[in-house]
Design a binder for this molecule. Sequence first.
Ligand SMILES: C[S@@+](CC[C@H](N)C(=O)[O-])C[C@H]1O[C@@H](n2cnc3c(N)ncnc32)[C@H](O)[C@@H]1O
Length: 214
Amino acid sequence: MAVISENFNPPESFFQNACRPEGEDGALMLDKMNVGHLKLAEWGFAHLQIKDDADILDIGCGGGANLKVHLAKSSRGTVTGIDYSPVSVEKSREYNLEAVSSGRCRVIEGNVAGLPFEDNSFDIITAFETVYFWPDIERSLAQVYRVLRKGGTFMICNEDGGETDKGEKWTKIIKGMTIYKPERLRRLLTEAGFTNIAVDTKDPDWLTVTAEKH
Ligand SMILES: C[S@@+](CC[C@H](N)C(=O)[O-])C[C@H]1O[C@@H](n2cnc3c(N)ncnc32)[C@H](O)[C@@H]1O
């Protein structure tokens, strides 16, 4: 897990906050993830072509670092973050305060299994380090498909691609966590209606999947 460093080795219970950050530990976890996920996110973003007027949704936006990157890339567009943790929503708002105050960024508390948006609302939808925790993956992907515009792209970016046994350690520690292998995600995305599904991997076990709606 990218939040562990030489000087930071918390008890196992701390890691439940990866699934749904809560309280002070949750806020600390979000600060750590904003830094610890930077390299993974940078690699993930390289798979996207984002127009400067794109309307973007980041699901499971956590501490909000990726909202800030989206805001820089879509300088004339809008950026929406959604997360079912009130602590994540608060942190994301704080992290992007200027854009939230000016109305170019909004952060909404909600669950991916019931996205509170009209059909065909976004050009780009991203999900960094979050699909592991989606309770009903089929229903959630159907929601993502519904709110994506035709011609739009959805991207999943995970630091655990299921090809090593380190993920298994985390699924034992974090309740409700599932590690998805690339082929399972490809199948699920196809069943949800997505096309042009592309998988990329990188050492140690990073995984990016992009999928389009046509
Ligand atoms: C490991 S954190 C990743 C945060 C951020 N995307 C990043 O890469 O640093 C997972 C985030 O997804 C959120 N999340 C998990 N399941 C969710 C769901 N069903 N609906 C909305 N948000 C969810 C959690 O609350 C948490 O903030």
